[in-house]
Design a protein around this ligand. Structure first.
Ligand code: SAH
Ligand code: SF4
Length: 362
């Protein structure tokens, strides 16, 4: 059976007559978060019967939710074919000025979604990599993660969310499905999450970065750089042998960047490996001439990992070095650290301990 979350509004319009029905269905699916055709009361009975015959709405089941003391929630989903993968719901405090210049406190939401079950890239520091690669997620399975996270957290439809493709998998190894999900999530009668608020994070597959640029989706880009010399980068990300640092920088030259935005370079800081100021200096040189910002991520250790978490003092020195020389640099806030909300860690834990049904931690 077809997955209804797999289709853009115009595709549904071409399948379902009269075409305004597609807009109504979109409203039920993405604004009301309905998962039952029978409840879509403005659709005629015969259309509901056809829809029920041809399409299925929900293809994912939430099998576990872990809540961190900081409000971050990690969701473990099960697919129809019995695999599992995760998404992370991140809530952050947000301050804005109203029309009278008064500070209003609000909340900002970021959903970290998966693009694949497992990953082929095999980075040395990543827990997802340890489980190998199982399969790509379909566009519908990517979209459904967002629907569930909004629905399960009772977020009003108009509540703005940001999407980051930083869960499990390498999004550019599943580019067609990810690109389609970006379009579906952006549909104005649906979730209306513009591509500008969606960020693809990639380990740096140079030709696909070029292709993504040519697709001109308007999506934001984050590059997992992690090292400034090819020897270390190849040790961390074996694929660097095929697509080295220079080839990534070259692929970025023509990438369309929104006038108010920058390309984000993620730099996973690992103790005594890449946390020295000499590396910071090389990084500065490397990014010269690129509209860049750097996001420093503290390595999150997991069982059996050969690397160590860096000292915060050293990471601050690294960031200050860049900022003082005019490069925008931030340190990623550690959200959900008590539930290991970094890349791929929940799935592994549950696979080993299937009887653990913890709903709330922290
Ligand atoms: N495959 C893509 C997107 C998913 S990984 C990529 O590599 O960019 C998303 C982010 O999680 C990457 O920046 C990666 O470096 C980070 N990550 C992976 N393992 C981590 C760990 N143990 N600690 C902290 N961040 C980690
Ligand atoms: Fe794959 Fe990203 Fe993990 Fe590397 S860091 S193995 S590319 S998910």
């Amino acid at each position: 059976m077809k997955n209804i979350y797999d289709y853009t509004q115009s595709e549904l319009e071409s399948f379902i007559q009269p075409s305004f029905r597609a807009k109504q269905i979109y409203h039920w699916l993405y604004v009301q978060y309905l998962q039952d055709f029978d409840l879509m009361h403005n659709l005629p009975k015969d259309l509901k019967a056809i829809l029920k015959q041809e399409y299925r709405i929900s293809h994912l089941e939430i099998i576990r939710v872990e809540t961190s003391s900081d409000g971050t929630k990690k969701y473990l989903f099960k697919t129809q074919d019995g695999h599992s993968f995760e998404s992370v719901f991140i809530k952050m405090r947000d301050k804005k000025l109203d029309d009278n210049g008064k500070v209003i406190e609000g909340e900002k939401y970021t959903f970290c979604v998966s693009s694949q079950i497992g990953c082929k890239v095999g980075c040395a520091f990543c827990f997802t990599a340890k489980g190998g690669f199982i399969r790509d997620l379909s566009a519908g399975e990517i979209v459904e993660q967002v629907v569930w996270l909004k629905k399960d957290n009772n977020l009003l439809p108009e509540k703005r969310v940001n999407i980051v493709y930083m869960g499990m998998g390498e999004p550019l190894n599943n580019l067609d499905n990810v690109a389609k999900a970006i379009r579906i999530l952006g549909e104005l009668n649906g979730l209306s999450i513009s591509a500008r608020r969606q960020t693809i994070s990639t380990s740096g597959i140079a030709p696909r970065i070029k292709k993504l640029g040519e697709m001109n989706l308007g999506v934001q880009l984050a590059i997992s750089l992690h090292a400034v010399d090819d020897v270390l980068r190849t040790r961390l990300i074996p694929m660097n042998k095929a697509y080295n640092i220079q080839s990534i920088i070259d692929a970025l030259r023509d990438f369309p960047v929104d006038a108010r935005k920058r390309i984000m370079f993620e730099y996973l800081v690992i103790k005594d490996l890449n946390d020295d100021l000499k590396s910071a200096k090389t990084l500065l040189k490397l990014l010269d001439g690129i509209k860049a910002k750097v996001n420093l991520i503290l390595f999150n250790p997991h069982e059996g990992s050969e690397f160590q978490r860096p000292d915060m003092e050293q990471v601050k020195k690294f960031a200050d070095f860049l900022v003082q020389r005019g490069l925008l640099a931030t340190i990623r806030e550690s959200k959900g650290i008590d539930i290991s909300a970094a890349c791929g860690q929940l799935r592994e834990k549950t696979l080993r301990d299937v009887s653990c049904e913890t709903d709330r931690i922290g």
